[in-house]
Write a protein that binds this ligand. Sequence first.
Ligand SMILES: [Zn+2]
Ligand SMILES: [Zn+2]
Length: 308
Amino acid sequence: MIDITLLGTSSMLPLPERALSSAFLSCGGHSILFDCGEGTQTAARKAGVSLMKTDIIALTHYHGDHIFGLPGLWQTMHSMGRDEPLYITGPEGLAAALRPLVTLAGALNFEIIPVILPDGGLELETLIKGFKHGSKLTPFKTEHRVSSCGYCFTLSRAGKFMPDKAKALNVPETMFKLLQSGRSIEVDGNIITPEQVLGAPRKGLKFVFSGDTAYCDTLTEAARDADLAVFDATYAEDEQEQTAVEHGHMNFTQAAKAAAEANVKRLWLTHYSQMIKEPCEYLDLAEKIFDNAVCGYDGLSVTLEFEE
Ligand SMILES: [Zn+2]
Ligand SMILES: [Zn+2]
């Protein structure tokens, strides 16, 4: 299962109840922070989420409303005694964007390691020891005014375990769990692969975080059949459609269209302009196009579970 918590839902200006862009994902005791705008730490405290053991921070782009929370967060991690390295990923320009932030943060007792993810995504256990097997983080290109990307997090699910087949292959019961989790094992000098004892792979889970973007095909393709999509909804009204396109954002209707086109299960709107005082007053614009749309707010959380 995957837990997702929206931390910051504002764009450009932090508001009393709205921090700047950020969302937190945890899965099997490991975690990813998507963007880290100003106010992320406070929002996490309010939501009861600890960021201290975050394994990787995935930045969608380097506008201040998505990264200015980083030096403060790093200092807190330092003062809380963190010594595990912290991986940071982002689109083109990552090293240059990190340099002044690292300078601001000063000496830290943990390492900050920039990582460029391959286009096809990265199996996270290959980078972070112990990250749940089958967890993959994949960036996709978005349409903003600067180099930008969104992220797709997927958790695959192995087929149903067939104990009779495992017993017939002399697999001791103590090793069942390894095969169930998708790992190969060795028994009496023979390699037993999960495929030998598992049924067909079952539907996994998928979470998509758009970052700042206009409606684009790469977004709808990346979000295809996602269980949860968190999409840019900087503008509310339909009259602002062209403004949204020009600024590399979406309005409520465009975000809902993208969710419908991608056939996602549920949509959370986020990254509201300060002009939007009460996002829920505009929700019907999105619901007209996509039923399962929700106005995101700081602290909104959900647990995504495998279907039976
Ligand atoms: Zn932004
Ligand atoms: Zn931006």
